[in-house]
Design a protein around this ligand. Sequence first.
Ligand code: GCV
Length: 840
Amino acid sequence: MVRRLQIGVLGVLLLAGWGFEALHAEVGENAWLHYAPLDSAGRARYESLPATLVVLGDSAVLRAAQGEVIRGVNGMTGKALRSGKRVQEKSIVLGTLAAIRAVAPGLTPPNPLGADGFWLVTAQIRGFDCLLVASPTDRGVLYGVFALLSKMARGEDIATLNDMQQPHGTIRWVDQWDNLNGTIERGYAGPSIFFEKGRVRADLTRADEYARLLASIGINGCTINNVNADPRIIDDSFLPQLARIADVFRPWGVQLAVSVDLGSPKVLGKLDSFDPLAPRVIEWWRTRVDKIYRQIPDFGGFVVKADSEGRSGPSSYGRTPADAANTIARALKPHGGVLFYRAFVYDHHLDWRNLKNDRARAAYDIFHPLDGKFDDNVIIQVKYGPIDFQAREPVSPLFGGLARTNQGIELQITQEYTGQQRHLCFLPVMWKEILDFDLRVNGDGTPVKDLVAGKVFHRPAGAFVGVANVGMNPNWLTHPLAMANLYGFGRLAWDPNLTAKTIAEEWTRLTFGSDPVVVKTVTNMLLASWHTYENYTGPLGAQTLTDILGSHYGPGIESSERNGWGQWHRADHEGIGMDRTVATGTGFAGQYPPAIRDMYESLQATPDELLLFFHHVPYTYRLHSGKTVIQHIYDSHYDGAEQAADFMREWKSLETRVPDGLYKDVLARLEYQAGHAIVWRDAICDWFLQTSGIPDAQRRVGNHPDRFEAEAMQLKGYTVMDLAPWENASGGKGIECANASGCTASFRFDHAAGTYEMDVQYFDQNNGESKFRILVNGRQVDEWNANEHLPATKPGGDSSTRRRIPTLALQPGDEIRIEGSPDGEEHAPLDYVELHASTK
Ligand code: GCV
């Protein structure tokens, strides 16, 4: 049945010029769906593609699929496809299996296909060579279309096709943490694409484009509002507004869902209770859900965050999460809706003095005893690790503790703890480790990817959920390279057996075209970036040592200690790490199935990268690598900062190979990251040097011969300030200018004559736009405004920023002067200047 399509080759000369066009692709709204003109070889490859497109059937989804084929083929090859309803010549044919069977009775896929699965096949219909995109459902046809266009955009041969794909899990959703006022919790890409000033936006163009992007990677649902839910989201007045969003999602096969507050019956319904077992509350949910489905018949369901971080929950009435989940799930059930109940339930008022207390235990302690008590349309949504989206955590033991309950994994695409889209951090590398991790629930062979897809315990449902938090920024996530995370989430939700390398290459080709140098360079940068980020922000599973009480961005090593939030690393003069063993610690290790428990219980068997998550050890403890813990902390942070600087060098090699605007945009971000990696490196190394008292064997830590501290310069108007925490400024001090007319800080250069690279480390707050000028012997060599929007209103680890002057000829005795002009609450604050022999 499978036939080879006659795809001929056009002369290369005829097509010269297409390669140049491809170079001008940009990221922007179309993300990985540019359909940029193919180069000459690419065009030639698809020269004999049928000129007619036949769609068997009619629905909003099939029309979207049809439009996409026309747009894609036209964009890539320049061909305008003819549309037809019957196969009367060589054609591209889209249709459900049933529709295709009606025109070609013998044509059936080699294996049975489930909903959302598709079959791309070259075959004859009525004697004509055709390229078929077939599926049991219209949505599957749409997915098949995107897969076909992706193959073309990546230059794959489609002359002979017999490709069947079936998604690994049935529910593949993204969550948005958008607030009704248009802000986004942990969103780093501008305001909400859905809400504005308490209402759904009048213009939903971006929501439509987003749904198209989601469909292209197989995402079939989107929860549009913050899990810290505003009850008004399901108010009568809101339902028609939600229906408008559902309308723009529908053609792309994306189901609308919302997060709801468990207190809604009281707040919204004006009942005297929200006790999930009270008959009037049960009835309230039933009526509310019926109303929603009257307006949105294909509504997906709800997400619930309860008894967590101050949210109301069933514990107020002595009820369990199962009581609460089932009440709402039963209201959804007749309509086919699902209820996601988040396992992110913990007490944030834990007593840190009690060494047995452990936030990591909470999800398993609460949900495992309830296994089997949840209705079949409830899914327990479990964050990948037991804490909270850290750059390194073990997988949550709860994945192995729910045998009779549906479960789903929650991954975080928005980079809350991984650089907030200011740092490059390609997360599929980490997600792969999590998804492939074998929890050995019944002996070997129970990787997380199979548990959460419901395959191990034969559950009716399973789910992959990614917290995306895209915003109005044209690049959706702001950093152009961060889009690889959204793409990668969808690809892994569809097929978790893909490698991170395959995903990185696919995304790079789709986004930047197929120049092998670009593909190789960007892929390598992506693949290295998570380890790099982990290296400079937190060691050996001790979690990201960030400002946990505030921005979750810059370093804040002690902020996690001595408070009830429970993200302790327990570092003191002697050692570091949380003892989570059963034998002597919190007992968390005992929540894993026996083989995994035994591994983590043993100091020797625990892998280095998670050592400090499970054990408290002295700084002199030797790792499997042979290094002591303290030397590893120093080395990994220096390596990480060096690797971040390498990204800049690698990207620079692409200057003539990627569009100019995009090149400069990414370069500026990588430059910033390289500077901020040094802020991280120094904060962590200095803090551990002071705390442990053990010097760096390589004598780098606390030793900066090329550095000129601002507080040691000659100051006019500037005054010295102490920073808190001290480690977030070099030497613990900086300078600030309270004179509205400006201040100066100067010093005499006393190193050898030569050409230098000069780094000025200053603090860029978001409550002012100070100006800086640099003068050498009275001649201006640089000036800039401190106008970044970093999450900081004061000098510190979040605001510390580097300005680099790449080449500066200097003689001993030269006067280097910095003039700072304050603005608003930002007092032109400075930390230091560093001068290195220029590498240019
Ligand atoms: C939406 C972390 C984040 C919160 C988030 C919470 C959650 O604590 O910092 O912003 O709240 O996780 O996942 O519910």
